[in-house]
Design a protein around this ligand. Sequence first.
Ligand SMILES: Cc1cc2nc3c(=O)[nH]c(=O)nc-3n(C[C@H](O)[C@H](O)[C@H](O)COP(=O)(O)O)c2cc1C
Length: 211
Amino acid sequence: MCADQLSVYDAIHLRRDVRAEFSGDLVDDETLLRILDAAHRAPSVGNSQPWDFVVVRRADTLRRFAEHVATKRAQFRDSLPADRAATFDPIKIEGIVESGTGIVVTHDDRRGGPQVLGRASVPATGVYSTVLAIQNLWLAATAERVGVGWVSFYDPEFLHALVGLPAGIEPVAWLCVGPVDEFQRVPDLERFGWRSGRPLADAVHHETFGG
Ligand SMILES: Cc1cc2nc3c(=O)[nH]c(=O)nc-3n(C[C@H](O)[C@H](O)[C@H](O)COP(=O)(O)O)c2cc1C
């Protein structure tokens, strides 16, 4: 390990969902490949590796996606009561154009054939596997001082068509990926008063959920 590499705990503590801190530089291809390799090393049910990664850099595609996301943001904003709308207004929810690189992470539930070892009674383990690849990607990017922002304000059908996904392959995430000037120490939703995290002690249970 190089002296300036982060431990996994360092990366976990440093990681943020990034919207506003992209430097405007593009992540270089070698770094991007290392980050994707880390994603591809994730555990997966039955070793099915149900993920794929579509790297999007065309300015026109980034712009079209950003415009679509802006309409979904406005719809969500309109659904809020006045006080929540006022809290939501200053919160940036994406850095699609500024990051310069989008990674669409997709899921193929047919990958691995009809008998995926371990998925028979919990079908969602397929999608869980794809999400683990995203978490690997996110932590590896953080270790490289590259920011990641997960965007989920979209209609899946729109994104499906935008990046030409074949039938049966579903988008799971649009990730904005790019070098950052800094990582915020406090999550944006906490800084802007939308919602704070809860203490670990509230999440840990012993023997039974109510115990
Ligand atoms: C499944 C998922 C979807 C998310 N979608 C969005 C999104 O559309 N826009 C956004 O700004 N942040 C999105 N986030 C980021 C969360 O708001 C963020 O992870 C959370 O507030 C905690 O902040 P942190 O990641 O910086 O610790 C998403 C995160 C996850 C895991």
